[in-house]
Design a protein around this ligand. Structure first.
Ligand code: ADP
Ligand code: MN
Ligand code: MN
Ligand code: MN
Length: 346
């Protein structure tokens, strides 16, 4: 038997952006535990905005488990928060009720800023560094500094070792701003991995006295880019059947549901989706081929392949909850008839 360090991780009850919480319990197993072997656990919900002090118990239900490469015999256990009965999802538990479909594929591009001493890493004590331009995918000390890349690389290795499906990383447009991409089949699978990657990044940076700023426009109304979390998505039907008519019907549904999407695409998005800095205005839906100034960018390959493949919704922001983002995308897609239903309606 081996003693495993199980880090139970969950989302707290803060709004509009839940925080990540985690605590460890030690348990003995013959081998790395499976999800089924991991017991329910509890925590004090009155300290996380999830309960009142007089009845403070909430339940943690493990829903995904990954090896924790930073700890000997460690496991990262993603949990849903449940009511004391262990079966009713807590009001803060969005994951429990989202739409999911393992044939729906999601690729999230998580952008973020490294922050130190209240400003982006590499910014001078007062004023600004040289304007944007050389930082995106840049190289060299004057562009990326001396620690950012080290952290980005270490984070990538931790995520890969944990089985998180990173697809890439790059330095972003603003100084101190970076991105990683995660791809997953199914909303829960992709979104669990985004939350876990956020957790690993925050934890990794502790020892360097560096924080991650996930706010979508930390530098306000300036000439510095905000942070998004573009949501690339495709369903089986989009990949295999697609077609121009279906695509246009899909875009009409996205247009109609504009406000439902914006509601879950992350707070303060009106400050980021201004029409500048490679964004579209938040209150007007648009789409365009290879257009980074549109709400939805249609890749060239999509059109070339007969309107088949994936689309990129550029509106979700860096603080958005990937569970709710993916679910809203699926909700809108579900409103558009496919196949036989489509032909019958035509
Ligand atoms: P860009 O920065 O040009 O917008 P990235 O390379 O950063 O593009 O991100 C593209 C994303 O698209 C990746 O996260 C990738 O996983 C995702 N992706 C690629 N193919 C599909 C697909 N068929 N369905 C869903 N997502 C996809
Ligand atoms: Mn990208
Ligand atoms: Mn980007
Ligand atoms: Mn993108």
């Amino acid at each position: 038997m081996t003693k495993y360090k199980l880090e139970y991780i969950w989302l707290d009850g803060y709004t509009p952006v839940p925080g990540l919480r985690g605590k460890t319990q030690i348990k003995e197993f013959d081998a790395f535990p499976t999800l089924e072997q991991l017991p329910l656990w509890g925590f004090d919900g009155s300290s996380t905005q999830q309960a009142e002090g007089h009845s403070s118990d909430c339940v943690l239900k493990p829903v995904a488990v990954y090896p924790d490469p930073a700890r000997t015999n460690g496991a990262l256990v993603m949990c849903e928060v449940m009511m004391p009965d262990g079966v009713t999802p807590h009001a803060s538990n969005k994951r429990a009720t989202i739409l999911d479909d393992e044939d729906a594929w999601f690729g999230f591009e998580q952008e973020y800023f490294f922050y130190k001493d209240g400003r982006p890493l590499g910014f001078p004590t007062s004023g600004y560094p040289a304007p944007q331009g050389p930082y995106y995918t840049g190289v060299g000390y004057k562009n990326v500094g001396d620690v950012a890349r080290q952290l980005v690389e270490e984070h990538l290795d931790l995520c890969l070792a944990a089985g998180i499906n990173h697809e890439g990383i790059n330095a972003e447009v603003a100084k101190g701003q970076w991105e990683f991409q995660i791809f997953g089949k199914g909303s829960r699978k992709a979104a669990d991995q985004i939350w876990m990657a956020r957790y690993l990044l925050l934890r990794l940076c502790e020892k360097h006295g560096i924080d991650i700023e996930f706010h979508c426009k930390p530098l306000g109304d300036t000439d510095w880019n905000g942070s998004g979390m573009h949501c690339n998505f495709s369903t089986k039907y989009m990949r295999e059947v697609g077609g121009k008519d279906y695509f246009e019907a899909l875009m009409a549904a996205f247009d109609k549901n504009l406000m439902d999407h914006i509601a879950v695409y992350g707070p303060d998005n009106d400050k980021r989706l201004t029409g500048k800095h490679e964004t579209a205005p938040w209150n007007k839906f648009s789409y365009g081929v290879a257009d980074r100034g549109a709400s939805i960018r249609v890749p060239h390959s999509f059109v070339r392949n007969g309107y088949k493949g994936y689309l990129e919704d550029r509106r979700p922001n860096s603080q958005g909850d990937p569970y709710q983002i993916a679910s809203q995308v699926l909700k809108t897609i579900a409103e558009v008839p496919t196949g036989a239903a489509r032909k019958a309606a035509a």
